[in-house]
Design a protein around this ligand. Sequence first.
Ligand SMILES: Cc1ncc(COP(=O)(O)O)c(C=O)c1O
Length: 391
Amino acid sequence: MTRSRTAATFSPPVMEARRWLDGVTHPADRPLINVSQAAPVAPPPHALRAALADIVMQDSDAHLYGPVLGLPALRDEIAQQWTRAYGGSIDPGQVGITSGCNQAFAAVIAALCDQDDEVILPVPYYFNHRMWLDMSGVRTIPLTCGADMVPDAAAAASLITDRTRAIVLVSPNNPCGVEYPAATLRAFLDLARARGIALIVDETYRDFDSRTGAPHDLFSDPHWDDTLIQLYSFSKAYRLTGHRVGAVLTNPGLMAEIEKFLDTVAICPNQIGQRAALWGMQNLSQWLAGERDEILDRRAAITDHFPALAAQGWKLLGVGAYFAYLEHPFAVSSHDLARRLVTDAGILLLPGTMFMPEGDTAGESQLRIAFANIDRAGIATLFDRLAKVAV
Ligand SMILES: Cc1ncc(COP(=O)(O)O)c(C=O)c1O
């Protein structure tokens, strides 16, 4: 019997971890700390919800199908704001709106790849990237990162074959939190261009980068769209997670291929969500700056409190955006440890094994903490509980 597309990959990791909570009661004085998912838990700010209500009541078109590649005004706004932020020149025809960044990735892979093609993913990877490649019959070629969790273009060069279609980078990174240096991104662009493959850069967490100014200069290259494909999400910036709005930036030729995928899968992105994203871009830059400050403060809290864990043999492998990526000191697999942390410490987090190919033993000692939803006090409590873990 042949195997189906979905049978070629694993079950959704966040859902699996959530099932670990079934039947577990947490004592009142030690409530669960859930650092498993990188999704905002609060709704969009009040002003955006009020704008959403107006859109629902006043804008009849918001309830109908719209253009496959998205609302023209939102494509224009992204082109303008991105041109200002990154330098260079980005045209609205190089911007497409998708039903979230995950769908943007799926559409790009469908547009680039055939069965048995290869795509290079730095390890640890974002598991939904791996899952979509599996379901597409595309081979994931793992690229091991160095101790700093940054991938190396020279190492990637030796993995490229005549079946390679793309290299995928996520910066700031999920799961490691690391912000890739501009020179790294430039080296990958040069490599991809020289070898005639695409460079896909998922910048879902761009709004929470700790650096000021553009995080890279790739868009200032007048021919960026012959190689670079950038992905973006509106889920984090304006907490529009449930409205499913993302974006893809690429050349108009590939966009026409992507359009076939989007038309067939969703016909158009969520019309209300797109209008909300546009309203957010036009009205919430101050609010978003405040959100970024808060995330950067939580990141600082991670480094402030880490010495207590370091004293117990833990290592901080990476921190930034929404994530801290840790190495634990115990002679137990991170998968088993993560399950025990639910019952023994009231902590739900994801093990490193969920972010790498089966058999890669590095993941056994690694854990991801998605800290965006816990404040300084919560981070202190989390580390206090981790420091007391005895295995
Ligand atoms: C790297 C990365 N890409 C994409 C997504 C999904 O974004 P969206 O909600 O826009 O589909 C996430 C969400 O966690 C992510 O971490």
